[in-house]
Write a new protein. Structure first.
Length: 258
C-alpha cells in the first residue's frame, strides 16, 4: 500500500509539474514580448509537403499543440507562407515563417516582407535554409529586418565554419543541418555527431547567447535525446512528423525520452 501511494504521489507531482511548466511557457510567451523559446525547442518545418498544406497545416499544428500541452515542451511550426495566417488564427502555438527577405515596403514584387508575416501571426523566421540558400549579405539583411520587427531568428547552417559565421551575426538560434542528411531518415546526431558537438563548442566561444538546434534526419525519440546529449538546445525537423501517418503519435514518440 505504501509503495502504491508513493507511485501515485510521483505521478501526481509529475502532472502538476507539467501543468506548471505549461503555464510558465504561456506566461513567458504572452507577457515577455513573445520570447517563448524555452528549452528544448522543437521547430517543425512543413516545407511544401502536401500533408502540411492548407487545412492540413492547421491539423498538424493542432497535434503539435496537444503534445506541447501534455508534455510541457514548447513546439513551434513553420508552415508555408500563405498558411501562416490560418495556422496562427486557429491554433495557439508559436508560428515561424520559412523565409524572410531583407527588404522593406515598396517595389519588391514576389519578396517576403517581414511586416507582412508578422501581421499574419508569425513570431519568428528561418533564414538560409539549405533549400532556400542566401548570400552572406542577404543573410545579414534578413536578420536585420527580422530583428527590427522583434521576430525570433533561426539561421540554418551546414558545417562548423558556417555555424561560427552565423553565430557571429547574433541570431537567436543557429540550426546545423548537413544537406546530404536532410530527409534521409539518418539523424545527424548519429551520422556525424562531431558536427553538432563541435558547433555547440564553437558557438559558445563566439557568442554564448546564441543557441544551437540540431537538424537533418531527426524523427524519433532516440534522435532528439542524442541531439540534446550532444549539447544542442532543440531540433529542427520536417518529414518525419509532417509526412507521418499520425503526426501526433510521431511527436509523442519524438519526446518520449526527454
Amino acid at each position: 500500500m505504501l509503495l502504491k501511494n508513493k507511485v501515485m504521489q510521483h505521478f501526481w507531482q509529475k502532472s502538476i509539474l507539467k501543468k506548471a511548466l505549461k503555464y510558465a511557457f504561456s506566461f513567458s510567451f504572452y507577457f515577455s514580448g513573445g520570447d517563448f523559446l524555452v528549452l528544448p525547442l522543437i521547430l517543425l518545418n512543413y516545407k511544401t509537403y502536401l500533408q502540411g498544406t492548407g487545412q492540413g497545416a492547421v491539423e498538424i499544428a493542432k497535434a503539435c499543440r496537444a503534445v506541447s500541452e501534455e508534455s510541457g515542451i514548447e513546439i513551434a511550426v513553420a508552415p508555408q507562407i500563405p498558411d501562416i495566417y490560418r495556422v496562427a488564427l486557429e491554433v495557439e502555438l508559436p508560428v515561424f515563417s520559412q523565409h524572410l527577405d531583407g527588404i522593406g515596403a515598396g517595389s519588391f514584387t514576389g519578396h517576403i516582407f517581414g511586416k507582412c508575416i508578422k501581421e499574419a501571426g508569425a513570431v519568428g523566421t528561418l533564414i538560409n535554409h539549405s533549400e532556400r540558400r542566401l548570400t552572406l549579405a542577404e543573410i545579414e539583411a534578413s536578420l536585420k529586418a527580422a530583428k527590427e520587427l522583434g521576430l525570433r531568428t533561426v539561421i540554418c547552417t551546414n558545417n562548423v565554419p558556417t555555424t561560427v559565421a552565423a553565430a557571429a551575426l547574433g541570431p537567436d538560434y543557429v540550426a546545423i543541418e548537413p544537406p546530404e542528411l536532410i530527409g534521409s531518415g539518418i539523424p545527424v546526431s548519429k551520422a556525424d555527431p562531431e558536427v553538432v558537438s563541435n558547433s555547440v563548442k564553437a558557438v559558445a566561444k563566439i557568442n554564448p547567447g546564441v543557441k544551437v538546434l540540431c537538424g537533418a534526419g531527426i524523427s524519433k525519440g532516440e534522435d532528439l535525446r542524442a541531439a540534446l546529449d550532444l549539447g544542442s538546445q532543440g531540433v529542427l525537423l520536417a518529414s518525419g512528423i509532417v509526412k507521418a501517418a499520425n503526426p501526433r503519435a510521431a511527436l509523442e514518440d519524438l519526446i518520449r525520452l526527454v
